[in-house]
Design a protein around this ligand. Structure first.
Ligand SMILES: [Mn+2]
Length: 385
């Protein structure tokens, strides 16, 4: 009897979450339409180190701009763009025939009046290729699923679905999920199924193939993408497959795991890594019984990259990464800014970093962050309504 009641509650919560998320997204449509139609030029951007979620979201927002009869520019970091992996450059090839890809120099030489910037899958100023050019836009729109903080681009036009309350409702798995619901609102007739496959890819990336960070709205979105829109799950899995050498390297990092109580898996590697490799190690470690996984390794410049993942969002890893080095993210996925550790030996470096991570976990080190708490209060207010 009691069990049935709990189940009933859960069912109504599930229905409610999906419905309310879609309602919130549909309410943003007017702002988006108005600002796009009212601008002379639309620029799109996302975070540096573009991942599948970022590229898929660019594709989708581009389609919405086209539906509103605008041809947008995508602003990228030229170096990064020249060195994209094969998979990502293939994705870009697809979206490029509808949009124009430009770099920061081009943007600076071709600025126009009444321009609009739409940033997807990102909200921090320092994370896009735009450096300090935000003042050049008349309007800025942010569509994202990461926490806000004092580095968030200043604008009143934002759709950030990342509810941090105890029973989160206004929350999504990925930017791709938000973009799918928006495309649906706009009734965009997408002839090329690849756009839907890319969105599914973005969702699978950010949920580690539905293993974490999924919500009722996410499941609904995935099923619509596959069953109604024909997104190709096999193709998506191919994109997500890893090569043997990378996987071994990721596993060597996982082998460095040390445990801090039974809640935290922490691993600091000895090789040079990419962001993605460290993120993969952290994602992998979540399969063990733990609340959070924090992994680190050096990048090509000798600074430590630190990535954190959490299993059920019980550990505020966004807070941990902020305290560690002004990073951020959301309740399931976060990262610190690259950290330089000063020590005489490699072993000492790793020990120092381990201690710093331990200190933020035990609250021995923390940075003041006003906006963070203000945001929490606002969220609670929304819940009461
Ligand atoms: Mn994302």
């Amino acid at each position: 009897m009691e069990k049935e009641l709990v189940q009933g509650e859960k069912q109504s919560f599930n229905k409610k979450q999906s419905m309310l998320v879609r309602k919130k997204i549909s309410e943003f449509k007017d702002t988006l339409t108005h600002l796009i139609e009212d601008s002379n030029q639309v620029y799109l951007t996302t975070h540096k180190n573009m991942d599948y979620d970022a590229i898929a979201s660019l594709g989708a927002i581009g389609l919405i701009c086209r539906k509103l009869k605008k041809s947008p520019y995508i602003v990228v970091d030229q170096d990064e763009y020249n060195n994209l992996s094969y998979d990502k450059s293939q994705m870009f090839k697809k979206i490029e025939d509808k949009f124009v890809v430009v770099n920061l120099d081009w943007f600076n030489n071709n600025k126009t009046e009444k321009s609009l910037l739409i940033a997807v899958d990102v909200n921090k100023q320092f994370m896009t290729p735009l450096k300090n050019n935000y003042g050049d836009f008349d309007n800025i729109i942010i569509i994202d699923h990461h926490d806000e903080d004092s580095d968030t681009i200043k604008t009143k036009n934002k759709l950030i679905l990342n509810d941090k309350s105890e029973k989160p409702i206004y929350i999504t798995s990925s930017c791709s999920e938000i973009m799918y619901w928006l495309l649906k609102q706009y009734k965009v007739n997408v002839k090329d199924i690849d756009y839907y496959s890319f969105l599914l890819l973005g969702i699978y990336l950010d949920t580690n193939k539905k293993r974490k960070n999924t919500f009722p709205s996410t499941h609904e979105c995935i099923s619509e993408l596959i069953d109604k829109k024909g997104a190709d799950e096999n193709k998506v899995n191919e994109y997500l497959s890893v090569d043997f050498e990378t996987d071994r390297k990721v596993q060597r990092l996982v082998d460095e795991t040390k445990w801090l109580t039974i809640r935290y898996a922490i691993g600091i590697g000895n090789e040079v890594y990419t962001d993605e490799e460290i993120a993969k190690a952290a994602d992998y470690a979540l399969k063990y019984t733990c609340e959070a996984a924090i992994y680190a390794g050096k990048d090509a410049t000798g600074k430590y990259l630190v990535k954190a993942r959490s299993n059920r969002g019980n550990v505020d890893i966004g807070r941990l990464m902020f305290d560690l080095n002004k990073g951020g993210g959301n309740r399931s996925s976060a990262a610190a800014r690259p950290i330089y550790i000063d020590a005489s030996t490699k072993e000492e470096e790793r020990e120092k970093l381990f201690k710093e991570i331990k200190d933020v976990i035990y609250y021995k080190k923390h940075n003041p962050r006003k906006r963070y708490y203000i945001k929490r209060k606002n969220n609670n207010k929304e819940d009461d309504e």
